[in-house]
Design a protein around this ligand. Structure first.
Ligand code: ATP
Length: 252
């Protein structure tokens, strides 16, 4: 389908098209399309733009990734279809790795996602097949399968478009969790250490830019940024941004 650039919903339609293509090529599951719908609804009431709350979280996330001993970027089908290059660039910029982690795990799908990431420059992709030989304790879904040299060893994990169960299970394992989720009310958002309430398609390029900017800072300064970030307060700010946007439609 050709979407004219002048269409008022060009970005949103293009994103949908990317996911549909991902679905046809075996990267995105139908459930992923539904999850995107939930995200879109929240994006709508955020005014489809990156707010101050997301910007604060992006700065904290960049600082946390840059101070991590072993940062790992977890990749699922939707993120591989939407921002594969940005994910790979981010892992490279923070000296980390990308790891495939799927709720609906399938050998063929894992390999397709890994191939996509390699095509976008990843020199290695963790978590594929037998490499995902470790388990996240007290987690029932297939997402419990992790690579011992990746998420298993990580101190900081970026988990875009996550399910809340795994985000809190990783947190229980003592890992610092960075989430990207358009829904500020989700369990994922509430259990992460740093929650970026924004569309992954806008947040990842901004996060990459912020990592490049903060790379000049020394460790002490980066740790200060992480230490002064309060996720609970920042989520409240995201909710306020939504209510402020909705108030415009109230005539208030
Ligand atoms: P939780 O288990 O954390 O309460 P959930 O059950 O809503 O969350 P899923 O059904 O797995 O989780 O949905 C995935 C989440 O990803 C949703 O909260 C949705 O808002 C979010 N999401 C979907 N698409 C995007 C996107 N493009 N950018 C950011 N977030 C997105």
């Amino acid at each position: 389908m050709i979407i004219p650039k002048s269409h008022p919903r060009y970005v949103s339609l293009k994103t949908r098209e990317q996911l549909v293509r991902g679905n046809r090529s075996g990267i995105v599951v139908p459930e992923g399309l539904i999850a995107h719908g939930r995200g879109e609804a929240f994006d709508y009431i955020l005014g489809e733009k990156t707010g101050q709350s997301a910007r604060n979280a992006i700065t904290a996330a960049a600082a946390l990734l840059l101070t991590a001993r072993r940062p790992v970027i977890s990749v699922n089908g939707n993120t591989a279809a939407l921002v594969p290059g940005e994910l790979v660039r981010l892992a490279q910029a923070v000296g980390g790795d990308v790891e495939v982690n799927l709720f609906h795990r399938g050998s063929d799908r894992e390999k397709r996602i890994a191939r996509t990431l390699r095509r976008f420059g990843a020199s290695r992709v963790l978590g594929v097949g037998k490499d995902a030989s470790s388990r996240v304790p007290r987690l029932a879904s297939m997402r419990r399968q992790i690579d011992p040299s990746g998420i298993g060893d990580a101190d900081v994990v970026l988990v875009p478009l996550e399910d809340g169960d795994r985000a809190s299970a990783l947190h229980r394992m003592g890992k610092k969790v960075i989430a990207v989720d358009l829904n500020p009310l989700s369990r994922t958002s509430r259990s992460a250490n740093v929650t970026i309430v924004d569309n992954i398609t806008r947040a990842l390029p901004l996060l990459n830019r912020e990592v490049r900017r903060l790379r000049r800072y020394d460790r002490k300064r980066l740790s200060r940024i992480v230490g002064s970030f309060n996720n609970e307060k920042n989520i409240v700010l995201a909710v306020k941004e939504i209510t402020r946007y909705l108030d415009k439609w109230n005539g208030t």
